[in-house]
Design a protein around this ligand. Structure first.
Ligand code: SF4
Ligand code: SF4
Ligand code: FES
Length: 247
């Protein structure tokens, strides 16, 4: 059954813009991205938005729907109150480019600072062995689609602008995936503490709440990293052992 919904979509460049009203006829089963495409097809062919897979897997269509970070292609219109205007705005944590598009390249700069996977040498028989429980522990983090919704919602970046000091939840998950990898031998704890700034996180769990892959970023990545940093750098006994061991 076709009906009409008032969409308020952010239009503008470099952060100077405003919400524009579009009265859009919608059909059953539509998602927010469908409605944006309908606006492009009918009223605003120059409306800029980023998307690719329309299946929740490429992480491109991230935006803020009614003020909440979400994938437009996975947000069904029938989950929103259509009696009221529905707002669609760009991510707030990254520099604005145009309309619904932001520049997320800062994330790739952060990623480059992380020491990549560094496997230990193979066993004498040429094989590398892992237990299934070790594989399971890091598997969750590999589901990340780099939508950066978690980065967008994190108040350390969004409200306090600590982009220089804090890598953000997405990269805490990546650091955890490497630090917990059973074959990896690199030591990234100093980077976790100083470069990535794990101490800035105060465990609000907002990042986990918006993750479309339902990764338990706070519980399974950030808290274990915080514990490892505390053990290494703040446990008096370990500090004493390190001093005695000359490390
Ligand atoms: S739990 Fe930490 S990383 Fe996640 S949103 Fe809160 S402060 Fe940011
Ligand atoms: S951890 Fe989740 S919310 Fe963050 S970038 Fe990856 S998939 Fe997106
Ligand atoms: S278009 Fe790929 S995640 Fe939405």
């Amino acid at each position: 059954m076709s009906r009409s919904v008032l969409m308020k979509v952010y239009r503008g460049e470099q952060g100077t813009g405003a919400l524009h009203d579009y009265q859009v006829p919608i059909d059953d089963g539509m998602v927010v991205l469908d409605v944006i495409h309908r606006i492009q097809a009918t009223e605003a062919p120059d409306l800029a938005c980023r998307w690719n897979c329309k299946a929740g897997k490429c992480g491109s269509c991230s935006a803020e729907v009614n003020g909440k970070p979400a994938l437009m292609c996975m947000t069904r219109m029938d989950t929103l109150n259509q009696e009221k205007p529905i707002t669609v705005e760009p991510l707030q944590t990254f520099p604005h480019v145009r309309d619904l598009v932001t520049d997320v390249s800062w994330n790739y700069t952060v990623n480059k600072k992380i020491q990549p996977f560094t496997p230990r040498p193979k066993d004498a028989d040429g094989k590398q062995r892992m237990y299934q429980y070790e594989v399971d522990r890091v598997q969750e983090f590999r589901k990340c689609i780099e939508c950066f919704l978690c980065q967008d919602v994190c108040h350390v970046l969004r409200n306090h602008g600590k982009h220089e000091e804090f890598a953000g939840p997405r990269f805490m998950a990546r650091l955890a995936s490497l630090e917990m990898h059973p074959l990896d031998v690199a030591d990234r704890l100093k980077h976790v503490k100083d470069g990535a700034g794990v101490g800035f996180c105060n465990i609000t769990k907002c990042c986990s709440e918006v993750c479309p892959e339902h990764i338990h970023i706070t519980d399974n990545a950030i808290i274990p990293l915080k514990e490892r940093v505390a053990d290494r750098f703040y446990d008096p006994l370990q500090m004493l052992f390190r001093v005695l061991g000359g490390k």
